[in-house]
Design a protein around this ligand. Structure first.
Ligand code: HEM
Length: 151
């Protein structure tokens, strides 16, 4: 079988996997900044909550978000390489590309903020984490409009 025929056959499987992975990744990207808000605000009021927050954040990052990000990228790149799927003269692959790179940056930004929390060095307020929570929302809108309208 020709490699491009094989990719066509696998395309619906890759796309299904891609959507499942991005759903899981996005769940974490939306929830982790929320957890950081509670972490900052509750830790000041309720004693002994810090180790529980750290454990929840660590598990979310390592067990859900990181594997989901890898699978999203792997399946997404497979789809990009499938002949005829991406027309590089359109605008949408570029808006989508820039947004997924920004989403990956945001993921790493959260990893660094988690490291700050685990060493007791967090300097951000609940309000600042609430504001950063809007970043994945805006990027998601650009990504979904890009892949659906394909302008
Ligand atoms: C991580 C890097 C990513 C890459 C390389 C990538 C690449 C792609 C490509 C090439 C397609 C195929 C479009 C088509 O079949 O015509 C696609 C589909 C899709 N992507 Fe991504 N993507 C990535 C991340 C994301 C993220 C973060 C989201 C969600 C916020 C997302 C949501 C979707 C959706 C919903 C579709 C299906 C659209 C359709 O019905 O064709 N992707 N992706």
């Amino acid at each position: 079988m020709d490699p491009s025929d094989l990719m066509f056959t696998l395309y619906p499987y890759a796309k299904s996997l891609h959507i499942m992975a991005v759903l899981s990744w996005m769940a974490g990207l939306f929830y982790l900044p929320r957890l950081f808000v509670y972490h900052v605000e509750q830790a000041e009021k309720v004693q002994d909550t810090v180790p529980i927050f750290l454990q929840m954040e660590d598990k979310l990052l390592r067990v859900i978000m990181r594997p989901a990000m890898y699978v999203s990228w792997a399946a997404g790149i497979f789809i990009v390489l499938t002949p005829g799927v991406v027309d590089w003269s359109s605008v949408w692959p570029w808006t989508k590309g820039v947004s997924v790179i920004a989403m990956t940056w945001f993921h790493h930004w959260l990893v660094f903020r988690f490291r700050d929390f685990s060493t007791g060095g967090n300097k951000l307020s609940g309000r600042q984490f609430r504001l950063m929570n809007e970043v994945p929302t805006v990027l998601m809108v650009v990504i979904v409009v890009s892949v659906i309208f394909k302008f």
